[in-house]
Design a protein around this ligand. Sequence first.
Ligand code: PAF
Length: 281
Amino acid sequence: MQIIKSVTEMQQWVASVRGADETISFVPTMGFLHQGHVSLLAEGQRRGDKLVLSIFVNPTQFGPGEDLEDYPRDLQQDSQLAEQAGVDVIFAPEAKQMYPNGYATYVDVEGITQTLCGASRPGHFRGVCTVVSKLFNIIQPQLAIFGNKDFQQLAVIKRMTQDLNMPVEILGLPIFREPDGLAMSSRNVYLTEDQRLQALVLSQSLIKARELVAAGQKDAAEIILQLKTAINQQPAARIDYLQICHQLTLKDQLEVAGNSVLLLAVYIGNTRLIDNGFLMD
Ligand code: PAF
């Protein structure tokens, strides 16, 4: 396995692979890998001749006061996991490689970026779309794999690739959870022991919502009220958003239907966690 830090070297490697008519699967990440990432890599390994993992804590998707500086990093541990997962190349550029002096081009998806995480993190998806476009241009994968935990991110990236005619298949894979239900996230390491317990309120909200729906409750406002009441009982919890939306448009729904997804972002202490799930089988 190679670790490549320069864009030019990465492009040379890609040219050699494409010259040999081999396909590239790509898993973009910000590193500090967990089993969720490993499940994406396993699928990538299965689906392509070559597997590329990018590790880049992308400054343009962090807002002022967010955790860009503190975001956990461990390239050594990530390299071990990547090697075990069959990665051929880790692309781990410095910020200067991706955004050299004079950099001035950004990719903005309209509409679905305005709600949910887009509303509470202005500019976030512009940063995500810009870096993902750049990575796609550099790595030229046939397949790119993302986790469903970032449900809105996946929808935005699908929109972007379709709108910009990017020749890459976008695949979303199921959320990977700890045995007690907490969705895996590199940010979970910020949680104290007590906060870690309180963080279970996110996955428990999904279970509770599904139970309510199965018992016949279809009124989205009523379900949201009950979930918010339960979350607010956790002293460290502060709701950023909790919405029941159409899975494709991400517009709020009044009535739960087969296409309804519950999306929530909750601060536990200073750590912002997200989770989501469908409400009907
Ligand atoms: O989901 C992430 O880890 C990031 O948003 C991504 C897609 C790697 C872009 O920086």
